[in-house]
Design a protein around this ligand. Sequence first.
Ligand SMILES: *Cc1c(COP(=O)(O)O)cnc(C)c1O
Length: 374
Amino acid sequence: MRDATRVIRAGLSTPAQGEPFLPGPTFASKFFLEGEPSSSPYTYGRNGNPTWTLFEGALAELEGGPALVFSSGMAAVNAVWADVLLRAPGPRVLVMPSDGYNLGRRVAREFYAPLGVEVRMARTADPAAADLFDGATLVWLESPSNPELDVCDLAKLTEEAHRHGAVVAVDNTTATALSQRPLELGADFSVASDSKALTGHSDLILGHVAVRDPERAARLRRWRDEQGSIAGPMEVWLAHRSLATLDVRLERECANALEIARFLKTRPEVRRVRYPGLPDDPSHRIASRQMRRFGTIVSFELADRATADRFLHACRLVLPATSFGGVHTTAERRGRWAGETTLAEGFVRLSAGCESAEDLIEDIALALASVGGD
Ligand SMILES: *Cc1c(COP(=O)(O)O)cnc(C)c1O
């Protein structure tokens, strides 16, 4: 079965007479439960819910391993970090990208480091990154990295990390499981924020973890119950409903991203356009081997902060907003966030939506013309 078919059927039961394809959300804090609790699949709402079960079944089909839904991407990240780092005896070492998702870096520095976890960072595209794997407990990878879109060889780094005895997790948010399957590439965990492209309508916060080892899956399930980092059934149902259009959304969004990147490359006011789908992009070679689609994000630099701000203000269709992966094209000057100290002041991250590429390029062209160049 191809992905385009799989996402539409994923997690659905065999159609039954008079039943909907995707049952509506189950709202329940408790379930009718008589006698021995283990005789029922559902007992208490923090423990399990039929709406989660269906969506997790869909994710498992796409990821290639058991999956668990969490209340946010950060809840999913923390579930993995806690499972691997806090349970490990002796010295614990977390290796992670210095150019990855900024909140993850902050949590590593401000929460895990004071608990005794040694945090080592290297850039995603650094060929010497594997030199940090000696003694590593967890190697955390993110590819393409958010927001600079560097790509690393996931299979090669995973093999190297395993040789050093480390557990490997990939933050697969920017790619989604339709573009890249970390578990197939050897990783122990595939983690994602489903607030982005996977659900794609900018209307919910959610995350998930897929894992190779069923024992780890069971431990994560217990952790979720103990921490209470559970998603509401409405969000999970909306996510499952949105999943059906993931392939068509990605098709349009990735095509738009490529068109926009190509256009930006022709403009003298725009520097350092990054898109893994551009043949001359530093990420292109590995991305072509590793990914089925090149993603929905384009990044680039304008002369300075004021030019970038004027450009974003001048766009009519490209909406100023943070985050990415939605059907509406959005962009922001990343440096406006306190944690993003390494990016140029004029660095812009653009998330291509599903609009007409011609309209978007006209909008971007007008906005660029109105701010002028150097
Ligand atoms: C957004 C994001 C997260 C965090 O996800 P939330 O759903 O916002 O909690 C983690 N990793 C990456 C790469 C992200 O872009």
